[in-house]
Design a binder for this molecule. Structure first.
Ligand code: ATP
Ligand code: MG
Length: 449
């Protein structure tokens, strides 16, 4: 018995076997065990029909949502396990879902419907493998390979294209040649896949350590669902800052960004508006005036098209729109932007600026990186000191202003804003007494005038 199989899964496999059925671990968990990484879910396949599985666990909590496809979810020992009857999938006339699933008595048939050899391995409780397509060897060699004919498998279900790229980005495994060719040839199948499923795979793909190679080798797949990226390829950027075309610069910044979906999406989209903004001056230098705003607009449309959640979309659009904004290393500017953007977004913006520099010509990057490091240090100090950054932190509030004689209404806000500006500039300290005196004196002056 393998010690790394959780008790709940062991119990289910033993119970099914005890009732005379075959049952194995299968899919992602077996792949991950063979790669030596802890699985995040445990799927089980069995010869038992769904009602037989239900009968085996009659005393336990079951979830029946997947019953139509043969899946019974068994809750055991604090875990949740999907137990699915061996099945084959009918024709895929829409390139999305099988027209029907049919239960079969045979493990080999069930494994044959699965997408890649590394996902088509079954493991018994003792660790013995059923591996008809050589998945274990492919895992050892770091190879992603379709089960069966790649062109047919991608024509059945276009989502497999994104899954192949995601596995490659996450594991660093390379995609075998015929599988790779079929991905390029059948990329238009993605047009039939639900946008949110493409989006979900894309998020996972982007945070993989091998994302750069995937973006370089399969740009056509990304242009398929986001055609706006296409014109970055071959976009020349003559000038002192750049030594790569738009796509290579983009890929380098994605790779250099921390493995966080918001930052990686931001880098993938940060220059998408550049091709629309290009002009060349008489010295032959290329300019891209206004490209952050155009990129932000496109990013918004592109993320909506993939049904991104609102929070991710808003963060990415904000960062794309500001990625190129000047940020001098001055306390007053840093305080202003910390206040306007909030700490989280401000430090994300610094990360974006840092990786944008890293994707540029190395001779110009060094100076920018040193300046960004200085800004980071100054901002951390401002935060650590709890300096006043917003109206909320100001030592006086609306009630104080009214008590000092400002009439209730819009003038209260204006007076507080004016004080905040001076505190942010460092002209006056954020002291209650000082601020109260100032309110009173400006009010008196206005009154006198
Ligand atoms: P992860 O859970 O890490 O995303 P996984 O391979 O377990 O990876 P699941 O979506 O949980 O992915 O699917 C479980 C198994 O079902 C897969 O390992 C594979 O055998 C099969 N499978 C999933 N999606 C497909 C598909 N689109 N085409 C064919 N087989 C699939
Ligand atoms: Mg899984």
């Amino acid at each position: 018995m393998r010690p790394d199989i959780p008790f709940g899964a062991q119990h289910i496999l033993q119970t099914l076997a005890g009732a005379g059925h075959e049952a194995y671990l299968v899919g992602g968990c077996v792949r991950d065990l063979l790669r030596g990484i802890p699985p995040h879910d445990w799927d089980i396949c069995t010869s038992a029909l769904p009602e037989q599985t239900q009968a085996c666990f009659a005393g336990q909590r079951l979830v029946e949502t997947g019953l139509k496809h043969g899946t019974v979810t068994v809750l055991a020992d604090g875990g949740s396990y999907e137990v699915t009857t061996y099945r084959t999938e009918g024709p895929y006339s829409d390139g999305r879902r099988p027209d029907h699933v049919r239960f079969v008595p045979n493990l080999a048939v069930d494994l044959a419907r699965r997408d890649f050899t590394m996902n088509a391995i079954a493991m018994g409780l003792d660790g013995a493998l059923h591996d008809p397509f050589g998945g274990a060897q492919d895992i050892r060699h770091g190879t992603i390979r379709c089960v069966g004919r790649p062109d047919l498998r991608f024509q059945e279900d276009g989502l497999r294209i994104m899954r192949a790229l995601r596995f490659s980005a996450v594991t660093g495994h390379h995609i075998e040649e015929q599988t790779a060719r079929a991905i390029h040839d059948h990329r238009s199948m993605l047009g039939r896949v639900a946008a949110e499923r493409i989006g979900a795979e894309l998020r996972r793909l982007l945070v993989g350590p091998n994302v750069g190679d995937v973006l370089r080798q399969y740009p056509d797949v990304f242009y398929q669902f986001w055609p706006q990226l296409g014109p970055l390829a071959g976009l020349e950027q003559h000038g002192p800052w750049h030594c790569w075309d738009g796509w290579e610069h983009t890929v380098r910044t994605v790779e250099a960004a921390p493995a966080d979906p918001v930052l990686r999406l931001t880098m993938l989209l940060h220059d998408v508006g550049k091709p629309l903004c290009k002009s060349t001056d008489e010295d032959g230098i290329d300019h891209f005036y206004g490209h952050p705003a155009v990129s932000a607009q496109l990013a918004d449309e592109m993320l909506r098209a993939l049904r991104s959640d609102n929070r991710t979309r808003e963060q990415v659009v904000c960062l794309v729109g500001r990625h190129d904004m000047p940020l001098p290393p001055q306390d007053r500017t840093i305080r202003r932007w910390l206040g306007r953007l909030g700490q989280e977004r401000f430090f994300q913006l610094l990360a974006v600026k840092r990786v944008d520099s890293m994707g540029r010509a190395p001779e110009t990057a060094e100076e920018q990186l040193a300046e960004l490091a200085e800004i980071q240090r100054m901002a951390e100090e401002i935060v650590a000191q709890g300096q006043c950054l917003t109206l909320k932190n100001l030592a006086v509030d609306g009630r104080d202003a009214i008590a000092a004689g400002i009439p209730a209404g819009p003038e209260v806000g204006q007076a507080l804003e004016a004080l905040l500006e001076r505190v942010l500039d460092g002209d006056i300290p954020n002291h209650r007494e000082t601020l109260l005196e100032l309110i009173a004196s400006t009010h008196d002056k206005r009154h006198d005038a």
